[in-house]
Design a protein around this ligand. Structure first.
Ligand code: B12
Ligand code: SF4
Length: 488
């Protein structure tokens, strides 16, 4: 069969979920292509390919854009439309929102899509296929998830070829990405992992890690085919159940390219940091989320003390690793003074980059339920009109619009203010202005600049230009484009 994966934007990051599915499908004898929708000739190229299946990978927010895109494609092309990704996993009822959605994949998609398409191809009954909610003759059939893929080494490496064939900027980018593990056992209230773990209860290990040898084998292949100068390991908690010694040894000898990874502060100790450094790690992203005890541990359920976070940052800095923290402001029940504790924590630890998000309670998360229970969501906000991004606005109710605007604006200057605390009084004046797109632009460009300083990837003039280009189009797409249904 011919499967067309469709992205409703020009991606600035390889969609690894799609790449994993693509290789599984190719290995099962299917033809797979990847299309980005705002590109010139999108519909013609798609028609020339003649897909039997249109496949979309969606997060919350993006689901609206993909639904509309799919409806317009289906007017021109007769095919089956399948959707998967986090939004489907947490809100499979999405299938009911358009008669052009034929199937929703819940959870991991590798074996689910192969099994479904095999049945379709052989014209067998397919409505009872695990992981799927399927539409057949006007009825929706609901199935449970199959067991989790514990042995990630058994999966084929994700197919980047189809992505780079469509997106030459990503091909040229000196930064490449990899996923070394899946799953996280913590219970942060705003994160999808808690629900994910409940979904898979009794069906496999929570955290599954690839072996260092398997990670290195993928990277060697990528390095040969698509030379890169910086690696981002996008795992939720890298190395949670991995042998650091073996990884450090292998990575250092066989890859030797600087990298960044994401680690929870309580999982870091000096021994691990030394091994990370030995491997080639130059920077670590670490979620602080909030400097306020109540918000951090009662509202966000982080289970972390200030001391643990502080020690982790100090140790990383002691060993010369750059620190990129992630922070959330505009939390339910948060006062501006509480958000200032988060700001001060970052300033006091002189972090290299303090990234900031506005709390967005994605459907199904604990914090979403908390907001519903305590009537903290803005009127009219539901799963179908929640913002596409936690960079723009907020759907949380505050005492007044003035209070809310202060959070929305402070978010735009958070990274800048932590690097330039002397300018704080000016920023306090600026945030009194109404939220506006200049602040959004400033935030996106400043953060992109700081990220480049944390990463310090070696760019040639050519890939510097392409990287800037891809980021600009991505940034612009976020606040000028398509998401007309969002109430934010
Ligand atoms: C890297 C990453 C990014 C990258 C790249 C995203 C991408 N397009 O790949 C960047 C930085 C761009 C990003 C941005 C955002 N992200 Co993000 N991101 C991640 C992260 C850490 C890893 C994603 C990944 O590569 N996973 C590995 C692959 C193998 O898993 P997967 O993509 O889920 O795919 C599997 C299944 O879902 C399924 N599947 C997926 N698609 C399809 C399609 C079909 C047809 C089928 C059958 C199956 C299927 O099969 C795949 C293989 O098993 C995840 C957390 C996580 N652990 O997954 C968050 C995550 C996906 N992001 C999240 C969010 C919220 C966002 C943003 C909205 C944040 C924002 N800016 O405001 C944006 C949205 C971007 C967008 N347009 O989609 C949430 C999504 C929650 C939700 N309810 O939708 C997650 C789950 C994080 C979290 N803690 O909650 N993100
Ligand atoms: S530690 Fe990170 S990935 Fe794990 S549950 Fe918390 S927010 Fe999610």
């Amino acid at each position: 069969m011919k499967i067309a994966f469709i992205e409703p934007a020009i991606a600035n990051v390889e969609p690894l979920g799609i790449a994993y599915l693509a290789q599984m499908l190719i290995n099962s004898g299917h033809k797979v292509k990847y299309f980005e929708s705002p590109r010139k000739g999108f519909m013609n190229n798609l028609k020339n390919f003649g897909p039997d299946v249109l496949a979309y990978s969606i997060t919350t927010g993006k689901h609206r854009i993909c639904r509309a895109l799919n409806e317009s494609v289906r007017k021109e092309i007769k095919a089956i439309s399948l959707f998967g990704g986090p939004h489907c996993t947490f809100y499979p009822k999405y299938i009911k929102s358009s008669k052009f959605i034929d199937g929703i994949c819940i959870g991991e998609g590798e074996f689910a899509i192969v099994e479904l398409l095999k049945k379709v191809e052989l014209k067998k009954s397919y409505v009872r296929t695990k992981n799927w909610w399927l539409r057949f003759k006007g009825k929706i059939y609901k199935n449970h998830v199959r067991i989790k893929i514990e042995d990630l080494d058994s999966l084929p490496f994700p197919n980047r070829d189809i992505i780079y064939a469509e997106n030459k900027d990503l091909l040229e980018s000196p930064i490449k990405r990899i996923m070394a593990s899946r799953g996280c056992p913590y219970n942060c209230s705003y994160c999808f992992n808690r629900i994910y773990n409940a979904l898979y209860a009794g069906k496999g290990k929570i955290n599954c890690h690839r072996s260092p040898a398997n990670i290195i084998a993928e990277l060697k292949m990528v390095k040969e085919k698509y030379p890169f100068t910086f690696l981002k390991i996008v795992d939720d908690t890298f190395g949670f159940s991995m042998d650091y010694n073996e990884f450090a040894e292998l990575y250092n000898h066989e890859i030797g390219i600087p990298f960044l990874c994401n680690i929870r502060p309580n999982l870091l100790d000096e021994k691990k940091i030394i091994l990370l450094k030995k491997a080639g790690c130059v920077a670590v992203t670490m979620a602080v989320e909030s400097g306020n005890e109540f918000i951090r541990n009662k509202v966000l359920n982080r289970g972390l003390s200030l001391e643990t976070m502080s020690n982790a940052i100090k140790l990383l800095k002691k060993h010369g690793l750059r620190v990129w923290t992630q922070n959330i402001i505009g939390n339910p029940g948060e006062s501006f003074e509480m958000a200032m504790e988060t700001y001060n924590f970052n300033v006091n630890h002189s972090v290299d980059f303090a990234e900031c998000f506005l709390l967005t309670p994605f459907f199904g998360t604990e914090i979403y339920n908390y907001c519903i229970k305590n009537d903290l969501l803005e009127k009219g906000i539901d799963v179908d009109n929640m913002s596409q991004s936690y960079w723009l606005g907020s759907c949380i109710q505050f005492n007044s619009q003035k209070d809310k605007n202060k959070f929305i604006n402070f978010h735009k200057f958070f990274g800048f203010a932590t690097k330039h605390p002397k300018l704080f009084p000016i920023i306090m004046l600026l945030i009194k202005l109404p939220p506006n797109n200049f602040f959004v632009l400033f935030n996106r460009f400043y953060d992109a600049w700081r990220i480049s300083r944390v990463i310090r990837a070696k760019f040639t003039i050519f890939n510097l230009i392409t990287t800037i280009k891809v980021n600009i189009s991505f940034i612009i797409s976020y606040f000028i484009k398509t998401d007309k249904n969002s109430k934010l």
